[in-house]
Design a protein around this ligand. Structure first.
Ligand code: PTJ
Length: 246
């Protein structure tokens, strides 16, 4: 309920679009199937994602309306911990929304927010949505990009540009989830605080140790485990008593 209120509040502030509320409903459905808690496959993806961000030369956290509404403070904290830039990148881009989101992030401690107004003058090749517009100091030159709550096209385009893409998506079958290098199948409201915590822990490791974490990570396996988890959960539920005694 609290999550819904944050989105409605974000909608009223001009941060979230109506389509963002629909996207949230889709996410909620998958969260219910997963069991509304962070699973081991998500924890492994979080560890690999943080290792990738810490090893990156130019890490960027891409922020859309839903992410800004749900986890503004965690976006800022994670950016601080892994030394990443924060960039607004919107599917439904308007100048008013860019500015409302940047202002919201600044209210939560962000010192610099890229991708607003004239700053979003570079373009991602082969991408036709408004998501193609990026900052020449941010996503354009990034080697690792964190894209919470995405639509699939941009993840694929970023991959084709040779970037490492980290996605947070409750749907393990979405194109984003399948196109990303590292997919955290979890709710962004649970995953982001865990990423901040993990960054504080992994910062103490050597680059070699971080590289080993990345080398042993298998995203296909993680997606398979997410599906198997849902499958087993449904199987258990299907063989239990479902009707309520009233
Ligand atoms: O703010 P904008 O203009 O960039 O628009 C943002 C939305 C979300 C509307 C836009 O990116 C969009 O339409 O995305 P999709 O294609 O609906 O994809 C959103 C994905 O995020 C779906 O796979 C959902 O299951 C998933 N999702 C929704 N809520 C959450 C989530 N994943 C993690 N945590 C959530 N809270």
């Amino acid at each position: 309920m609290l999550i819904r209120e944050k989105l409605v509040e974000g909608f009223k502030r001009g941060i979230v679009v109506p389509e963002g509320l629909i996207a949230h409903g889709r996410g909620e459905c998958f969260d219910y199937l997963i069991g509304e808690s962070t699973q081991p496959f998500a924890l492994r993806a979080i560890e690999a994602a943080v290792a990738a961000l810490l090893l990156a030369k130019h890490p960027v956290i891409s922020v859309n309306g839903n992410t800004a509404a749900l986890v503004p403070r965690e976006v800022v904290e994670l950016a601080e911990e892994v030394n990443a830039k924060i960039e607004v990148n919107l599917f439904y881009r308007t100048r008013e929304r860019e500015e409302a989101i940047a202002e919201w992030l600044r209210m939560h401690g962000a010192r610099e927010v890229l991708g607003v107004g004239e700053d979003a003058l570079a373009t991602i090749p082969e991408l036709f949505s408004e998501r193609r517009r990026v900052s020449p100091r941010g996503i354009l030159v990034a080697d690792v990009v964190l894209v919470p709550l995405e639509d699939g096209d941009r993840t694929e385009a970023l991959r084709r540009m040779g970037k490492t893409v980290i996605a947070i998506d409750l749907n393990p079958l979405s194109r984003t989830a399948r196109a990303a290098n590292i997919t955290i199948v979890d709710n962004v409201v649970r995953a982001m605080p865990l990423m901040v915590e993990k960054a504080r822990e992994l910062k103490k490791k050597t680059r070699e140790e971080l590289a080993r974490i990345l080398e042993s990570y298998d995203n296909n396996r993680v997606l398979q485990e997410a599906l198997l988890h849902i499958y087993k959960r449904l199987q258990e539920l299907a063989s239990s008593k479902l009707t309520l005694d009233l």
